[in-house]
Design a protein around this ligand. Structure first.
Ligand code: ATP
Ligand code: MG
Length: 395
């Protein structure tokens, strides 16, 4: 017995009409793209499912690709037979004999109404075949094996297992946003959630050479290499931030330095987002985590822009964020002990309740606008794509 297909189900009830068409088209092309290195298979769409035709390829090879494709609700490796009673029963019998279980149920879904037996009746027919051939019991509530049978016009799909997918929307369907990516734990997790929601990302990183090392920047490349599993090609913009930071520390009281620095980051990121046709900013901020992430701070920082700022991990605890970071494999990279631009300049007593008046007062003390203009002229852009190993060109 050999699996003939992997059946892929997409979720998000409520996606209808033209949206649904786009959803499927986008998911189809993402799956096809992800699997292009697997030879011999074919991806296609039929009714409300997508299929990977295996042509003898081991389905387990495909699973880890599918697990990282947003928009997939679940998938199953399936057997396939003609839609007639004998063929179905023969296959189920063989499958039952080759599978270890003590309790089971049969779940028929008769999408093809020309099949002469109702789902309920067919469940009984198939269960009888299994009971005749094996010493097992029916358990409708908590069975060890669930024989699932989908009867369709083109044939019947039979399977035991359903693996959960990432869920969300196909990447790219939600437009494009610009994510502020530090080397820390939170921002890669924020990126992950945004991509899972179907939004493709460009990323922006603020670097403070020579205060930060090349090794700190390397973290960003390594994180992007992990995020490439979900989005195969990600643009990275590197901002030369040092001069502006030095000016901030010259003119701004230490307690307000972080607030002003964040306001500058958001100004730069917003301007850059506009230029790159990104409709929102994404950050790894989490309410209350540090002084610059209290609601007071967020509101004073947010004041510099009209661009929506999405904070996917705003309400997560650090431990929850860390769990996801481990799942997407960025955690070990993020905890590497290199300084980033914020840790270098972190004051001892940052204000937790900054006011807009004070922020504006500090900002009036120096000509940050022309510094920002200069920075915008000097942003460096690179494309990080799947398997593009970190090499000299980047370091
Ligand atoms: P992270 O783990 O993402 O670094 P954090 O808890 O260290 O988060 P902060 O350093 O306060 O938080 O930064 C908050 C957010 O600001 C980050 O999640 C990120 O989106 C953005 N950010 C901070 N530093 C940088 C940087 N050097 N380049 C780009 N974005 C940054
Ligand atoms: Mg950080």
């Amino acid at each position: 017995m050999e699996f003939k297909y992997i059946m892929i189900r997409y979720g998000e009830i409520g996606t209808k009409g033209k949206n649904k068409k786009n959803f499927i088209k986008c998911l189809y092309s993402n799956i096809k793209n992800a699997l292009k290195e697997v030879h011999g298979i074919k991806v296609y769409n039929k009714y409300d499912r997508l299929y990977v035709e295996l042509n003898g390829v081991d389905p387990t090879i495909i699973y880890h690709y599918l697990d990282m494709i947003s928009g997939i609700a679940s998938y199953s490796p399936v057997y396939f037979v003609e839609s007639n009673q004998d063929s179905i029963c023969d296959l189920v019998k063989e499958l039952a004999l080759n599978t270890e279980f003590n309790t089971f149920k049969v779940s028929t879904n008769r999408a093809d109404k020309t099949f002469p037996i109702t789902s309920m009746d067919f469940n009984r027919v198939v269960a009888t075949v299994i009971l005749k051939n094996k010493e097992v019991k029916v358990d409708l509530h908590n069975p060890e094996a669930n024989f699932q049978i989908e009867i369709r016009e083109e044939g019947t799909y039979i399977f035991l297992k359903k693996y959960k997918g990432l869920g969300g929307y196909p990447l790219g369907i939600g437009g494009k946003a610009l994510a502020l990516l530090s080397g820390g734990i939170d921002s890669p997790v924020a990126c992950f959630y945004m991509m899972k929601r179907g939004v493709a990302l460009e990323t922006i990183h603020f670097a403070s050479f020579p205060y930060t090392s090349k090794a700190a920047e390397e973290k960003v490349y390594d994180i992007l290499d992990k995020l490439n599993v979900i989005q195969p090609s990600i643009t990275l913009h590197i901002v030369p931030f040092t001069k502006l930071q030095e000016e901030i520390y010259k003119h701004v009281d230490e307690s307000y330095a972080i607030t002003i620095m964040r306001r500058m980051m958001v100004r730069i990121a917003s301007a850059w987002a506009k230029k790159r046709n990104c409709l929102a900013l994404v950050t790894g901020e989490s309410v209350g985590q540090v002084a610059s992430q209290t609601l007071n701070s967020m509101s004073v920082i947010n004041e510099v822009t009209n661009t929506p700022i999405i904070r996917p991990v705003a309400c997560f605890d650090k431990l929850e964020i860390m769990d996801v970071a481990k799942k997407i494999d960025t955690y070990e990279i993020s905890i590497r002990p290199f300084e980033d631009c914020c840790t270098i300049f972190t004051p001892k007593n940052p204000v937790t309740k900054p006011t807009l008046e004070k922020a504006l007062e500090y900002e009036s003390k120096f000509d940050y606008e022309s510094l920002i203009d200069e920075i915008l002229e000097n942003i460096e852009t690179k494309n990080i794509y799947k398997d593009s190993k970190v090499n000299e060109e980047f370091l």
